[in-house]
Design a protein. Structure first.
Length: 248
């Protein structure tokens, strides 16, 4: 069942989203060669605590960290670690912020130092794919319109779209309906309605879209060892169209 949110509930999620967006802006200043994702994770914990917010995914299904920190061929759910980032790496930091109950979810990929031209293009295409998906999140459209727009654009640029991990509804809990694939056919799926709140979070790969799981049971990585990137926003559907909750 898809739970439609009231204006009050959306306003609460917007406050959580503003804290999350501010945290990502600070992370962008910190990401550089020699920094560890463990240090970035500790920064996020401190940043949220100082603002009266908490990292919702810490403890979720036994997950131990405030962030997911995925490097290079890791698609999502990478563990923070004490291994220094290297020049040319891509790192994706994904977090869910709880501010007095309402949640917001956003992931951003960061380039570390000097990137190859391929990695630069990967980041640009992945971010643009997110916004092309958001453009389709209009009342009366279908969920499939979002994924179709993302897939057509990303594949047209020579990349692939991850199938095994998708966007989702969000509210008082991290995962709600609807499911939001980043691929598929237009005109298919649930009708988009005012009051829906969900994430769009395309994961785009340089090589194959297929993934494999690490032994830790959480981290997914590309099957061919090629790089992956992700950008994610939480959006609310209003009568006038989508509103991004995870930006300032």
């Amino acid at each position: 069942m898809i739970v439609l949110k009231s204006e009050r509930e959306i306003a609460g999620m917007k406050k959580a989203g503003e804290i999350l967006a501010a945290c990502h802006k600070e992370l962008a200043k910190l990401v550089k060669p020699g920094v560890t994702t463990w240090e970035l994770n500790e920064f996020v914990e401190k940043f949220l605590k100082e603002r009266g917010a908490t990292p919702e995914q810490k403890g979720y299904r036994g997950y131990e960290y405030a962030t997911c920190a995925s490097i290079n061929d890791e698609i999502c759910h990478g563990f923070p670690r004490k291994q220094p980032l290297k020049d040319g790496d891509i790192v994706t930091i994904d977090m869910v912020v709880n501010y007095n109950g309402p949640l917001a979810d956003s992931a951003w990929s960061y380039g570390v130092g000097k990137l190859s031209e391929k990695n630069k293009k990967l980041l640009l295409v992945t971010k643009e794919a997110l916004y092309k998906g958001i453009e389709q999140a209009q009342p009366g459209n279908r969920i499939g319109d979002i994924g179709h727009a993302i897939q057509v654009y990303a594949e047209g640029e020579g990349f692939s779209v991850v199938r095994n991990f998708i966007g989702h509804g969000i509210g008082a809990v991290i995962h709600e309906k609807p499911d939001v694939p980043h691929f598929g056919l237009p005109g298919k799926g649930a009708r988009i309605k005012e009051g829906m709140v969900f994430t769009i979070e395309p994961m785009i790969n340089v090589g194959s879209y297929e993934s494999k799981m690490d032994n830790n049971g959480w981290t997914a990585r590309t099957i061919d060892g090629k790089n992956s990137a992700q950008y994610e926003h939480t959006i609310a559907i209003t009568k006038d169209g989508p509103v991004i909750l995870t930006e300032q």
